[in-house]
Design a protein around this ligand. Structure first.
Ligand SMILES: Nc1ncnc2c1ncn2[C@@H]1O[C@H](COP(=O)(O)OP(=O)(O)OP(=O)(O)O)[C@@H](O)[C@H]1O
Length: 270
């Protein structure tokens, strides 16, 4: 059914996206729409192209073919920095680019304007208060005043999440936020992501992972990648199921979804 005239533009729309590097196809024929209120998980084995797809969606990598639109603005026709500033991103590359002696509050505050304001911007008390409010939303308010480099991996992820939320984004891209966390920190982060996913004021969200256990409750849609191609994309209940997951990971998998959590394990051969 065609969209009604007053429907808002989707947060993200990829059409015919392909990426080729050094003669190798990293992504091919990717069509993907992230609509209002949707919470997506992007899942696939190592090397399937998840990070490449997130870099394209976050406008950090220009696709070789196809188009990318964020909130209806097509990349290439609108100023790229303005458009990037509308996306809340967490990734290990972003974490690595932050100085270790920067205050966690500043990490969050610069997320409010980083892409839009020059370095001489003067921060106001309102900026600080808003950054503290975003930190409180993810249980990181007590980390204001700490150097980013002294935080544990779990604390860093919470600060980065607050930073991603701080710019009032139209789209949230969370690239493997649970990578490297121990079980307790992972469960804490999954709970917090679940709360964000369940909050209708949260922007449309895309979470990247290789692990079914890291999918929080509240995820509405899933996209599975294998060798740079979309294996399945659609409602989570249909896609996070034995057939599509087995095809994506190249294993005979048994997928269970209970209370919003997902587990996947190889089917017993007995
Ligand atoms: N600049 C490049 N030139 C050539 N190959 C590349 C380049 N960047 C990535 N690749 C390859 O593209 C494939 C997809 O990489 P990508 O990092 O997107 O996968 P991924 O699904 O995020 O993997 P992982 O789960 O291990 O993080 C990999 O085989 C990788 O080696």
């Amino acid at each position: 059914m065609p969209p009604a005239a007053d429907d808002p533009a989707p947060a993200l729309a990829l059409r015919g996206v392909g990426v080729t590097r050094s003669g190798k196809g990293l992504l091919a024929d990717v069509d993907w729409t992230v609509g209002s209120g949707e919470r997506w998980v992007l899942l696939g084995p190592n090397g399937s192209g998840k990070t490449t797809l997130v870099r394209v969606a976050g406008l950090w990598l220009r696709p070789t073919t196809g188009s990318v639109a964020v909130a209806g603005e097509v990349s290439g026709r609108t100023d790229i920095r303005t458009l990037r500033g509308r996306i809340g991103l967490t990734s290990s590359a972003l974490a690595d680019s932050l100085r270790s002696d920067v205050d966690a509050l500043d990490v969050v505050m610069t997320g409010r304007r980083a892409a839009l304001e020059a370095w001489w911007h003067r921060w106001t008390d309102a900026d600080r208060d808003a950054a503290r409010a975003e930190m409180a939303r993810v249980g990181a308010e007590h980390l204001a005043g700490r150097h980013f480099g002294t935080l544990s991996s779990g604390e860093r992820q919470r600060v980065l999440l607050a930073r991603a939320l701080a710019g009032d984004p139209v789209l949230l891209l969370l690239d493997e936020p649970a990578a490297g966390l121990d079980l307790g920190a992972r469960e804490d982060l999954v709970d917090r992501l679940g709360a964000l996913a369940g909050d209708p004021t949260t922007a449309p969200m895309v979470l990247v992972t290789h692990h079914a256990e890291e999918i929080p409750p509240g995820i509405t849609h899933a996209l599975l990648l294998r060798e740079g191609r979309v294996v399945a994309a659609g409602p989570a209940d249909e896609v996070l199921a034995d057939g599509p997951m087995s095809a994506a990971f190249g294993l005979d998998l048994e997928v269970t979804r209970t209370d919003g959590r997902t587990t996947a394990r190889r089917r017993s051969r007995a």
